[in-house]
Design a binder for this molecule. Structure first.
Ligand code: ATP
Length: 431
C-alpha cells in the first residue's frame, strides 16, 4: 500500500502546542479544501477529529486533482495556528493519495448540503463521515459496554440463545418463517422462553441480540429487526427488576455524560434525559390521568398510541406504568394474588415511547399450562419449555429493553432509523 509504518500515525485529536516543530504523519480523509491561489487550506478528518493543513507550491497543485473525501497520508510540521478554532496547524510537506473518492458523491457527509434520511441510509458508510452521525454509533458502543458492565456487576451471566427456532414460541403471530432443510423454521421474536429456562441453572442471565418481528409497522419506533437487552433473574420480583432497570438507566446516562461528554455534546447541551428517580404509576392511575384529559378508557383496554402520547404530556420523561390488566399480558406473566385481574408487570416509558416491558413470571407448570389454554395456545407446542418447569424452576422475573429505542433517547433522535446502522423495515432490505 505504502512505505510508511501506519502504526506511527498521529491522530488529529492528539496534536497541541507541545508538538510545535515536530514532523508528524497523519492518515484521514479530506473533508474540505479551500484554494486561495498561492496558498490552500485543507481540513483532514480521522476517527478522532480534524486538523487544518496549510499547503503551497507543488502540493497545492496536486491537491487540486484530489476530490474531497479521498483518503490521504499527510506528512507535515506542526505550527502555531492563527485560526480561532485550532491551536496548531500542519504545514503540509507531503501528500500521498491512498484512495480516491468519486466526484460527485451521493450525499454530502459534512451536512452542508442536507439529504433526506432515506438518501443517507442508502449511503450509510459515507454518512458515518459526518461527526454527529458517527458519534451516535460511538455512543451506541459505549452504552452497550456500560450495560454489559452494569449487568455483570449484578452477577448476570451473558448468554446466547438460538435465533433460528422450530416453533412459533409466544403465540405464533408476527414471526418470519422460512424453509430450514426439510422443516419450517422461524426467526426469534424474543429469547423469552429460553431465558426463563436458563434461570434454572444460571439464576441471572442477560442477552443482547437482534430479534425479528414480521409486523407491517410504519412508525418511527418499530423495525423488523431490532436489538433487545433481555434479562431474567431467579428469585427476584418485578419490583426488584424495576429497581435494577432504574439503576441501569441512571448509571448508564450519568456515565455517558461524565466520561463521554465529547460525544454526548453532539446531541445537545441539556442533560434533561438524566432522571434522579423514575416514578412508578399504576395502569389505573394512568386511566384517571387520561380521563382528566378527556380520554375515557375502560379498565382492560390497552393504551393506544394516541393515549400514550397524551400521557406523555403529563409524564414527558422516564416513568414506569405498573400493574397492567392480566388479560393484556402474555401467558407467562403472573397475576397478583389479591386481585388476579391485575398482573405483576411493568413497562418503562419515556414520554409516549415504550422502552422496557417486564414482569414476574409464572413458574408453576400446572398453572402455566392453564394460562396457555386460557390464551388459546396449545400446551403441546410448548412441551420443551414446560418440561423445564418440572425440574425445580425457581420463581423468576425479568424484562426486555428495546436498545434502539433507548438510543433514540440518548441521542435525542425522533426516528429509530437514525440510531440503527442498516435498518430493516417493511420497505428497506438493503444496503
Ligand atoms: P410496542 O407495543 O411498542 O410495539 P411491544 O409491546 O410489542 O412494543 P415487547 O414485545 O414488550 O414490545 O418488547 C420489549 C421491548 O422491545 C419494547 O418495549 C420495545 O422497546 C422493544 N421493541 C419491541 N418491538 C420492537 C420493534 N418492532 N422495533 C423496535 N423495538 C421494539
Amino acid at each position: 500500500m505504502n512505505n510508511y509504518d501506519i502504526l506511527k500515525r498521529t491522530f488529529a485529536v492528539s496534536i497541541d502546542k507541545s508538538n510545535i516543530g515536530q514532523n508528524l504523519m497523519f492518515v484521514g480523509w479530506i473533508e474540505d479544501f479551500r484554494d486561495m491561489g498561492k496558498i490552500g487550506f485543507i481540513s483532514v478528518r480521522d476517527m478522532t477529529g480534524n486538523f487544518q493543513g496549510v499547503v503551497t507550491g507543488e502540493i497545492l497543485i496536486k491537491l487540486r486533482e484530489i476530490p474531497r473525501q479521498s483518503v490521504v497520508i499527510i506528512h507535515g510540521v506542526i505550527k502555531e495556528s492563527k485560526a480561532e478554532s485550532f491551536q496548531v496547524e500542519v504545514k503540509v510537506e507531503k501528500v500521498e493519495l491512498l484512495s480516491k473518492a468519486a466526484n460527485p458523491l451521493p450525499i454530502d457527509p459534512t451536512g452542508r448540503v442536507s439529504s433526506s434520511l432515506d438518501k443517507r441510509l442508502d449511503s450509510r458508510a459515507l454518512d458515518l463521515r459526518n461527526s454527529r452521525i458517527s458519534n451516535i454509533f460511538k455512543t451506541r458502543s459505549n452504552a452497550l459496554y456500560l450495560i454489559r458492565k452494569f449487568l455483570t456487576s449484578k452477577m448476570f451471566v451473558e448468554v446466547n440463545t438460538p435465533k433460528i427456532i422450530g416453533s412459533a414460541t409466544e403465540g405464533g403471530a408476527d414471526l418470519f418463517g422460512f424453509e430450514y432443510f426439510s422443516k419450517k423454521a422461524f426467526l426469534a421474536q424474543s429469547p423469552q422462553l429460553y431465558k426463563e429456562q436458563l434461570t434454572l441453572g444460571l439464576e441471572r442471565v442477560f442477552e443482547i441480540s437482534p430479534y425479528f418481528r414480521a409486523e407491517p409497522s410504519h412508525t418511527v419506533r418499530h423495525l423488523s429487526e431490532f436489538v433487545s437487552v433481555d434479562m431474567e433473574a431467579a428469585y427476584l420480583k418485578y419490583t426488584d427488576v424495576m429497581d435494577f432497570i432504574e439503576e441501569l438507566i441512571i448509571s448508564t446516562i450519568s456515565d455517558l455524560y461524565t466520561n463521554h461528554n465529547i460525544q454526548m455534546k453532539y446531541f445537545g447541551e441539556s442533560r434533561d434525559i438524566l432522571p434522579d428517580k423514575i416514578p412508578r404509576i399504576s395502569y389505573e392511575k394512568c386511566l384517571e390521568d387520561l380521563k382528566s384529559l378527556g380520554e375515557k378508557i375502560e379498565f382492560g383496554e390497552d393504551l393506544s398510541d394516541p393515549s400514550l402520547r397524551k400521557l406523555g404530556e403529563i409524564y414527558p420523561k422516564f416513568y414506569f406504568i405498573v400493574d397492567w390488566p392480566t388479560k393484556l399480558k402474555p401467558f407467562y406473566i403472573l397475576e397478583h394474588e389479591k386481585d388476579p385481574e391485575l398482573s405483576k408487570s411493568f413497562d418503562l416509558q419515556y414520554g409516549y415511547l415504550e422502552i422496557v416491558s417486564g414482569g414476574t413470571r409464572e413458574h408453576d407448570s400446572e398453572r402455566l399450562k392453564n394460562k396457555l389454554l386460557e390464551k388459546g395456545l396449545n400446551p403441546s407446542s410448548f412441551s420443551d419449555h414446560l418440561q423445564a418447569f418440572e425440574w425445580g424452576m425457581p420463581p423468576h422475573s425479568g424484562c426486555g429493553l428495546g436498545f434502539d429505542r433507548f438510543m433514540m433517547i440518548l441521542t435525542k433522535s425522533t426516528n429509530i432509523r437514525e440510531v440503527v446502522l442498516y435498518p430493516r423495515d417493511t420497505e428497506r432490505l438493503s444496503p
